[in-house]
Design a protein around this ligand. Structure first.
Ligand code: NAD
Length: 489
């Protein structure tokens, strides 16, 4: 780009030791709804990560010795500041990620605010264990201390939401952090850095290094002074992180992909099930790790379900994300859009039926969005269980619907993938709901609802969907070291 052009771009800087620091090289970041480069993101590497880890290490003694109450007040202040700027954060998240402004306003940014408030509160309520051995004259108790510098790596689908879900518990527990957001969605993390000083977060407690996974991410994972890594992203990247961190025996929390089933029995309340399952399939363009992508419908209601489900899906309008009447925004990138479209082509080639969306219905876009990465919500029926569309994470607005006969059969088929993150079960038979939930290989099971979360409880996946859990108690345990102390009296 020419100088004049590059001047118009938003240029981000790393945030290290409480200061914004320019980088020697940058990568382009696109606005997914127009296809234009609009922002330049530092292309950090070893050197920048080294500086950030040093700043975090230097800040650790003071931050870790503050009381939970002092840290809690700072987290609450940060929550207030983000909330005060909610609209600006929502606009930035929508522009950077392609998600609708409505979703950013009602889900992403409110949840980022809540993440800080939640851990500001929960950090005050932990208790440790104590046991007695009267015959030995001993008492035992446990104590927990922060670990040190935490490396936090987050994906592009829910940028500030998922990054703050890691920063909040890490610093509430007294750790200092080096965070690396996705290179495709870095803007809201950079905006948050501007509020840290006013919130009272001391320099070096939160450092943010922008850049790619291969360069900045790996430098963080390989750094000997970063004993724990909390990662949310794909299973493939998690394998690489596990390999690279193995020589240092790092503590890892891995929140990964899913291939989440919805199981719909013939006694389900379809008036609730259908709109909720459309939402669980297409919310945030299907780019949520918890989105439904395999819908098993009991044979007796299969054709009625398909008809009503497709009619409901067609109500979801695709278009300019800043238009509040739009439900489906742009996908994250051109490459990702191609990948998602290819899955639909493969399903068609295998003989499945595409009932609406990609390749079937016309997609009309406003003039300014012609080069954006848009796709209609797509429903595919009669896909074979072994098809890649039923096995692999698509991570786009595509959902597959198939029929089943018995409870036993559907449990086996729902469990027949490598992932195990989330499942939904729809039935009015309470016994069946419990039986099925119990046998699903899935870290989360929602019955007769979707995405209702109590942050106190464990969040995370089984099998290829992850290792470890996050939540009030789980994050506290991950971000602290426990010690057992015995006293003889
Ligand atoms: P990704 O794995 O490509 O990237 C995630 C992050 O890891 C990015 O910041 C990236 O730069 C970084 N990274 C990439 N390679 C790295 C390496 N070698 N070393 C260190 N860091 C590296 O994932 P994505 O495409 O950004 O996100 C989509 C994926 O995230 C999907 O699979 C989705 O299911 C998953 N996800 C899971 C959850 C969950 O809570 N389980 C939540 C959201 C998204």
């Amino acid at each position: 780009p020419t100088m004049a052009h590059s001047k118009a771009l938003l240029v981000l800087e790393n945030f290290i030791g409480g200061k914004f620091i320019p980088c020697s090289s940058y990568i382009d970041s696109y606005n997914p709804s127009t296809g234009d480069v609009y922002c330049r993101v530092p292309d950090s590497g070893k050197e920048e990560v080294e500086a950030a880890v040093k700043a975090a290490k230097d800040a650790f003694p003071i931050w870790s010795s503050k009381s939970p109450m002092e840290r809690s007040q700072i987290l609450n202040k940060l929550a207030d500041l983000i909330e005060h700027d909610l609209e600006a954060f929502a606009q930035a998240e929508s522009k950077d990620q392609g998600k609708t402004i409505t979703f950013a306003r009602t889900v992403d940014i409110p949840r980022a605010v809540h993440n800080f408030r939640f851990f500001a509160s929960s950090i005050l309520h932990h208790i440790t264990e104590c046991t007695e051995m009267p015959t030995m004259g001993c008492v035992h108790y446990t104590s927990r201390t922060p670990v040190g510098v935490a490396g936090l790596i987050s994906p592009w689908n829910l940028p500030l939401y998922l990054l703050t879900w890691k920063i909040a518990p890490a610093i509430a527990c007294g750790n200092t952090v080096v965070a690396k957001p996705s290179e495709m969605t870095s803007v809201t993390a950079w905006m948050m850095c501007k509020l840290l000083e006013e919130a009272g977060v001391p320099p070096g407690v939160v450092n943010v290094v922008f850049g790619t996974g291969a360069k900045a991410g790996e430098a963080l994972v390989c750094h000997p002074d970063v004993p724990l890594i909390s990662f949310t992203g794909s299973t493939l990247t998690a394998q690489r992180i596990t390999e690279k961190s193995a020589p240092h025996c790092k503590r890892l929390s891995l929140e990964l992909g899913g291939k989440n089933p919805a199981i719909i029995f013939d006694d389900a309340d379809l008036s609730q099930c259908i709109p909720t399952t459309v939402r669980s399939s297409f919310a945030n363009q299907g780019e949520i790790c918890l989105c439904t992508s395999r819908i098993f419908v009991q044979r007796g209601i299969y054709s009625e379900f398909l008809k009503r489900f497709v009619a409901e899906a067609k109500k979801w309008k695709t278009g300019n994300p800043s238009d509040p009447t739009i439900s489906v925004g742009a996908l994250i990138s051109k490459e990702h859009l191609e990948k998602v479209r290819n899955y639909v082509k493969k399903a068609q080639a295998e003989g499945a039926r595409v009932l609406c969306g990609e390749g079937v219905d016309p997609l009309a876009l406003p003039p300014g969005n012609q080069k954006g990465y848009f796709m209609l919500p797509t429903v595919i029926a009669d896909v074979k269980d072994e098809s890649c569309c039923m096995q692999e994470e698509i991570f786009g607005p595509v959902t597959c619907v198939v029929a089943f006969d018995t409870e036993e059969e559907v449990i086996r088929r729902a469990n027949g993938v490598k992932y195990g993150l989330a499942a939904t079960v729809w039935s009015s038979n309470v016994g069946r709901v419990h039986r099925v939930a119990h046998r699903l290989q899935s870290g989360l099971v929602w019955t007769n609802c979707w995405l209702v979360r109590d942050l106190n409880l464990p969040f995370g996946g089984m099998k290829a969907s992850g290792i470890g859990r996050e939540g009030a108690k789980d994050s506290y345990e991950f971000f602290t070291e426990v010690k057992t102390i015995t006293i003889k009296h």
